[in-house]
Design a protein around this ligand. Structure first.
Ligand code: ATP
Length: 354
């Protein structure tokens, strides 16, 4: 396996700036997820890494060596796509061994590799079947097996689970994570699904409009979003984000929103006063009757999601969503005292975290 370094990768399609100076460092054995909305440049970046399309500027390095001048087949990279692209007339076993046979790998090695990967993916009983005799999840496993069997330096996976239904998707995701632990392969995984990114990635790269917005472990991306885009893109239900003024009262910072004021206590904020945006995650909002709870919200709607309830309320002139236990007695129309730990409030100035 290898480390991957992308240096200032830039790609234009006519007037569209698909990628703009993308710098990413992926360690040997790391599971890196490229996450972003449709059109942000994820697939273009994957294709550049694989050598399928050339970048305009920048360098792709595997283990510190530039591979820019190498053809795709010489880069020792395996790709798994959303469409399984299995050969329909070949058995599972033949599909798995195809790449090795093309490379002239000795037969005993091929047999051993196919058995290893079939065991790893739990598809030993399916080796004689044709792709049409498999379920979607099984086909996807074979497609992954075909990439794994070559034991390449790097795996590129482009939304490989998006053809699967939600339940199967969750199962295959778990299998993929376990498999990654076993083989310790370097993986670059593309998705626009934040849950997938957070559950799979050792490292998540959040992208938009061809630019990298933040790189970090899932916990850091979630807890310290670097800007309002990352803050709103990650997290479900979405973070509550309000525009307003930062003011000082008796030297202490307060956020003056539309129809409500939030005491930010002893929060250290570099900015003296001025326009800011404040983000509060729904699970960071507490309810109760304590005197310190000076905020009041009016409950408008409640959605039940099994493990808990999401309360949709009105705070001043703004909408507020917060999480409550599944047995909460709150009803639409109730007025509830809410409190927020200032330490959990995210503050942004001109879109950037401060
Ligand atoms: P999705 O999740 O929808 O697959 P993505 O993040 O993978 O999106 P890309 O497919 O990399 O996005 O596309 C990035 C941008 O480049 C988009 O604006 C897209 O329209 C444009 N683009 C991609 N390929 C081409 C091409 N061959 N010709 C022109 N424009 C292209």
């Amino acid at each position: 396996m290898a480390s991957l370094t992308l240096k200032a990768i830039t790609k234009r399609f006519g007037k569209v700036m698909a990628l703009s100076r993308v710098d990413i460092e992926v360690k040997d054995g790391e599971f890196c997820v490229l996450l972003g909305p449709s059109g942000c440049g994820k697939s273009t970046l994957l294709n550049i890494i694989a050598g399928l399309i050339p970048q305009d500027q920048g360098t792709v390095l595997l283990d510190g060596q530039s591979v820019d001048s190498l053809a795709p087949r010489d880069r020792d990279i395996a790709m798994v796509f959303q469409s399984y692209a299995l050969y329909p007339h070949m058995s599972v076993s033949q599909n798995l061994s195809f790449g090795l046979r093309m490379r002239g790998t000795p037969k005993p090695t091929i047999r051993e590799s196919v058995q290893w990967v079939a065991r790893l993916l739990g598809i030993e009983d399916l080796l004689d079947r044709k792709p049409r005799e498999l379920s979607g999840g099984q086909r996807q496993r074979v497609a992954m097996g075909r990439a794994l069997v070559r034991r390449p330096k790097l795996f590129l996976l482009d939304e490989p689970l998006s053809n699967l239904d939600a339940r199967l998707r969750a199962n295959v995701r778990l299998e993929l994570k376990q498999m990654h632990h076993q083989i310790q392969g370097t993986m670059i995984y593309v998705t626009h699904d934040q849950v997938e990114a957070m559950t799979l990635g050792d490292k998540v790269v959040v992208m938009r409009d061809g630019k990298v917005h933040q790189i970090g472990p899932p916990e850091a991306i979630y807890s310290y979003p670097s800007n309002t885009f990352v803050a709103t893109f990650i997290g479900s239900p979405e973070i509550n984000l309000y525009r307003g003024m930062l003011v000082r009262k008796d030297g202490l910072p307060h956020f003056q929103g539309a129809g409500f004021s939030l005491n930010l206590g002893r929060l250290q904020i570099d900015l003296k006063e001025g326009e800011v945006e404040v983000g509060i995650r729904p699970e960071d909002i507490g309810t109760g009757q304590a005197e310190s709870m000076d905020l009041r919200a009016k409950v408008e709607m409640i959605s039940y999601v099994g493990s808990e309830k999401y309360i949709h309320a009105r705070l001043g002139d703004e909408a507020l969503t917060f999480c409550a236990p599944k047995d909460t007695a709150l009803q639409p129309g109730n007025v509830v005292h809410v409190a927020v730990d200032p330490g959990r409030v995210h503050i942004f100035h001109k879109g950037r975290r401060i």
